[in-house]
Design a protein. Structure first.
Length: 192
């Protein structure tokens, strides 16, 4: 029986595009999956071990010349069944826990300069992530325009989830910039 969203579902979804090692999976998570699920590399390796023990992924040894051997993993039929069952369960609402938003909430009663600096830093981080997501979108659709790709692309799930990441990072970037400007103006331009 499928449980609520867990790292296992995000790993299974990431493995749908091919056979990957734990290292490759960590890179995929860093760029393509990080917009909806964060996992440290150690968590991914542990989860791959559990998934293999549960028969949801199959691993095999790949011998490499001049480099250590590696294990690569693919989703099994049981893993596809697990994902299908998970996809059929109702989605839970997004839960947001962001310490920077709490700091902004208290901005009227605290020194605004550190909050403004953190807002600017977060805006730059969001802009960098947005650029990565936009590059990923271009890579995924190749020579096709977005509308054509969405109509005819072989697998659009990664593209659509990447679009969500773009929109989220764009909103975060814009909100942080606007909020920093507002707090700075209210502080009389003194906060830097």
């Amino acid at each position: 029986m499928t449980k609520a969203m867990a790292l296992r579902h995000a790993v299974l979804a990431a493995l749908l595009d091919g056979e990957y090692s734990g290292y490759q999976l960590a890179k995929i998570f860093n760029v393509g999956v990080a917009n909806f699920w964060y996992a440290a590399p150690q968590q991914l390796y542990l989860e791959l071990t559990k998934l293999e023990a549960d028969g949801l992924v199959a691993g095999r040894e790949v011998v490499q010349r001049g480099r250590p051997s590696k294990r690569v993993f693919t989703v099994t039929e049981a893993g596809l069944d697990e994902l299908a069952a998970f996809a059929a369960t109702p989605a839970k609402p997004l839960l947001l826990r962001d310490d920077l938003v709490v700091k902004v909430h208290a901005a009227d009663l605290v020194e605004p300069a550190p909050v403004i600096a953190q807002l600017r830093e977060r805006a730059e981080e969001a802009a960098a992530k947005l650029l990565l997501f936009e590059q990923t979108l271009l890579r995924l659709r190749g020579d096709l325009g977005e509308e054509e790709f969405l109509r005819t692309g072989e697998r659009i799930g990664p593209y659509l989830s990447c679009l969500a990441g773009c929109r989220l990072e764009r909103e975060i970037r814009d909100w942080c910039r606007q909020t920093a400007r507002t707090l700075e103006e209210r502080a009389g331009g003194k906060a830097r």
